[in-house]
Design a protein around this ligand. Structure first.
Ligand code: SF4
Length: 90
């Protein structure tokens, strides 16, 4: 089981990741996001045989904005939807 996380502060929309792993998509803000079965997210956990694709995407990212790490538990297929990145100023 592994987790992909995109650092959206680092990402600048070069999109080298998209051609390595088709789970990476361009979202409405012009930045990379991870597409899962039911959402677009900035972090998602997977238990499949595609970790190598994610690592290829991470290696291709010129800004090191993609992290792929082993996780012990399924913390939810998606626990960080893109909309959670938007901060509401008081
Ligand atoms: S390759 Fe990196 S900088 Fe480019 S879109 Fe993907 S995550 Fe963002």
């Amino acid at each position: 089981m592994y987790r992909i996380t995109i650092d959206r502060d680092a990402c600048d929309g070069v999109f080298a990741c998209l051609v390595r792993d088709d789970r990476f998509v361009e979202d409405d803000e012009g930045l990379a996001a991870i597409e899962t079965d039911d959402q677009t997210a900035i972090a998602a956990t997977f238990d499949d045989d595609r970790r190598n694709d994610a690592e290829q995407a991470a290696a291709a990212c010129p800004l090191d904005a993609i992290q792929v790490e082993t996780v012990e538990e399924d913390v939810g297929a998606v626990d960080a939807p893109v909309t959670d990145t938007e901060e509401v100023q008081p």
